[in-house]
Write a protein that binds this ligand. Sequence first.
Ligand code: ADP
Length: 603
Amino acid sequence: MSLWEIIKRLYPYVRPYRPLVLGTLLLTLVGSLAAQVNPFVLRYTVDTVQGLLNANKGLIEGANLLLLVSGLLLGKEIINTFIQFGQKFYGEKIRINVSSTLSQDAVRKILSYQLGFYSDNGNQTGKLQTRIDRGVESLMKLVQNFFIDILPLFANAIVALVVMFSANLYVGLVAVCILPLYFWISYRQADKLNGTRRALRGLREAKSQGLVNLIDSAVVIKSFVREDYEELKQAQAQQNLQEAQLQTRKTNFLFDGLKTFTEQVGVVLIIILTAYLVLDRQISIGAIMFHILLFNNVSAPIRQLHRIYDEMNDALTYSEGFFDILDAKEAVEPTGPLQPTHLHGTFDICNVDFTYPSGTQALHDVCLTIEAGKTTALVGLSGAGKSTIINLLCKFYAPDRGKMLLDGKPLADYDTHTLRQQIGLVLQKNHIFKGTIEENIRYGLMNASFEQVQHAAKQAYLHEQIMQLPKQYESDAQQLSGGQQQRIAIARLFLKNPPIIFLDEPTASLDAIATEQIKNSLDAIKQGRTVIIISHSLAQIVDSDCIYVMKEGRMVESGTHEQLYDQRGTYREIFDASARSLNIEKLARVLVDDEDEVGDTAA
Ligand code: ADP
């Protein structure tokens, strides 16, 4: 993106604040005119004092002059204070408003994108956040530079130059000769720093990322006693950062020194020239001061050139990544016109192929039928493609090829939000938001009353446990155990009350008691709904109405438990392995012995 393109993209964001921008510009223009008052006042003072001295007059006559000069300078400063306040405050107001609109736009866009967008390499959580933060920050500086700073800065310099020229052509020429040199040094400085600053930023990120990792991995580091190793790693990152920081400072000091020197050469030249002109009686003695101050007004804004140049470079670097987020049109979730109020949940899937954006083909020519009101189980080893099927049914992703129908109509034709409002999804690990238990359960139905929330918690066998907590429903939900968090997800499901339910290993990470309770809750909610369940737990599969077996992205078997068991295929293999891993024979013996004992005692 070129600078011009970025400015064009930014303009709509600045547009609503046009009156504010114009007002700020006006203030700064007045400010730049006010800045020229000092040279005039000083010239007048010096010349008048000189006149008084020549006329052998003293303090009494000079007092009037002092009063006038103090009045003028203080009056100008008072006006200047208001101008500066207005300029800074309104400038900041524009920046803050534009930056929040830009950030909010990015948030809205990201929320509208498909899941594939998030798994893209450049969009992972940390990276996306950095891209947005940096993009907004550098664009804000551009707004400040381009819409607020540049014109007044140069207005100030130009007004000062015009005044210099009109006072004396030769002095004006000297000032103009110094400028290109100054520009060139500023340009070289920005150019040299460009690479180092980028490297510096990378190193800073690496260092803070290292620190975050350190905290995340504290338990592993300590248990393996790797403190020294980690410290060394951090020290290395610190060392690299230190070197880059020093290098940047060195370059800055060097160029700043050069610029000050050039400026001073300009001042010296102006002193020599004006002193010569004074001695030659071409101008008054006050003009020496007058020209030096004016030259300062010319060079002061140009001193900021390298900052502006740097920030424009930053904007060029980072805003592209930011606008890419706003423009990722292909990532927008597709939706359709159908908005039925009640879905039955008959899914017909035929010859479906699907490849993740990363390039992994997860489904090959998959066909299956999910009957409404029944429970269908998907079985297969890890990575077989079971969750992928659920991802496609929720329209998180679209298939590469094949037919997907819901209640007889193409899934793609359904309005995505309407579809998802009627699907309840419980995963192996469900996200718990930062907040209270009540807020987390209410996520299932945002306008639910507290009684409804409580009722849902009871159905999910969670209420009793919540009541034992010191702050009950007000407790921090993220502090709950895995099993309790899972129950929150189920309570949400009860509140949402959808006709279609997808369960993706809902009890995989739970203990036996929690598993049993959650199974009871799920059995209660399954009634009369379309359910797809993925589970490694035989208990949850065997009584499904239909079981589909997957292997390496393909559908290999289907039928009831009894049919599949008799087929002696993949299902049987998985079933037998599960039984062995549970040591069913021994468990069965224990149970039989137990029953015998009970029988004996009864007899
Ligand atoms: P299952 O649920 O049967 O364990 P999945 O459907 O999760 O299997 O995964 C099927 C295949 O797709 C695996 O090879 C897995 O690595 C891959 N996969 C799953 N999710 C993603 C993703 N978000 N991006 C890329 N590949 C994925």
